[in-house]
Design a protein around this ligand. Sequence first.
Ligand code: AMP
Length: 437
Amino acid sequence: MSFRALNLSPQVLLAVRDAGYTEPTPIQIAAIPHILAGHDVIGIAQTGTGKTAAFVLPILTRLAASMQSGQRRGTRALVVAPTRELVVQIEENVRAYAKHLPLRMATVFGGVSERPQLEALRSGVDLVVATPGRLIDLMGQRAANFSGIEFLVLDEADRMLDMGFLPPIRQIVKALPQKRQTLMFSASLSREIEKLTHEFQRSPKMVEIGRRANPADTVTQFAYEVRAHLKPALLLHLLGDPQFDTVLVFARTKHGADRIARRLESSGIKTGTIHSNRSQSQRLRALKDFKSGAVRVLVATDIAARGIDVDGISHVVNYDFPMHSEDYVHRIGRTGRAHAIGDAISFITPEDHGPLRSLERFIGRGIVRKRAEGFDYNAAAPPRDERGRGERRQSPPKMEPKSPGNSARGSGDAAQRNSGRRPRGFSSTRRSWGRSR
Ligand code: AMP
């Protein structure tokens, strides 16, 4: 099927061609006609399936006519997403798809000054992309006039529920006209999401891509069984392969993420980190460096990594196996995006066997176990005082908070500055690798 057959406006078609897309993805084929026909839509699709374009392209098509006739009618489309990274990415997508249209848009998210966002909202933009918390703050200051909203998009609705955003979303929806089109996207269809559709949508058309919660088919998945103390060395061993070119590493905790990054850096591997203790500018910088190839490895926690959209991630490494199967699906959705091929690798310690079995049931298939060639699986654990600082043994991890992570307080950098010594117990594998590009 071609984009032309989807009845998108000529300016939108031109932008799609400029983006280099040759054909619509399944979610686009399924969702765009419903949205253009004015229906509410519930889209069950993971990031990486092209779902952003699936809602942005038809919204722009519907807004195009009046934008061009110069009839400005205030804000007409509101997209709500869980994290600032996702907001920035949606903004980048909208700007690319609207490049031939006189669209005015604003983004709203925490961790940065309110003033420019207030001014942008007051100036009356066509489209707003926002995280719920900051949007509520600005709405409280009467900055936004949403009485003319025609489109509401709730992106990654499942994640917003997990993050406790239901109350602010309810408040936001209350301020919108009853007569509007509501588009909701979620990685999986849970009972909570079904409840949400009843609350916010009218006779929605359901569009479901692939099996529920099924990781992208283009991702090859492997599990490496390894004892906990060998995880740092195994990561370095794998990074010795130049095919590990653009690697996203997931850690369970912020401090764990900082620790991994320090170890890689001390071994000469350019590494960025992204988690909720990092300031907005640090997070954007890390993402930019990763996208440009200035850093080869990005270490992230689940919340901060939500929706990261970087083309050509070669590998996702679950350094710490995720506690929830949904997180696994989201993590590995970072690679293999929109038809690309990528590998997802999970380190499995003895305590991860239970969660791994649950995951295999969840995704309906087994994950191939693999052994790293040439890796010394029998290396002894370093003496206790030589283990990397705080290497987790018995004590439960301090989890990344279930929050949008808008606070920039208590930067992980401080921990890094104060740690003083380079982690030991790691030097035997110390070597450096250049980027392969
Ligand atoms: P998303 O699921 O919205 O996060 O999109 C994932 C990636 O797919 C983004 O990098 C998009 O630029 C890209 N993309 C979206 N639609 C298409 C398409 N029809 N063909 C190729 N790539 C696409």
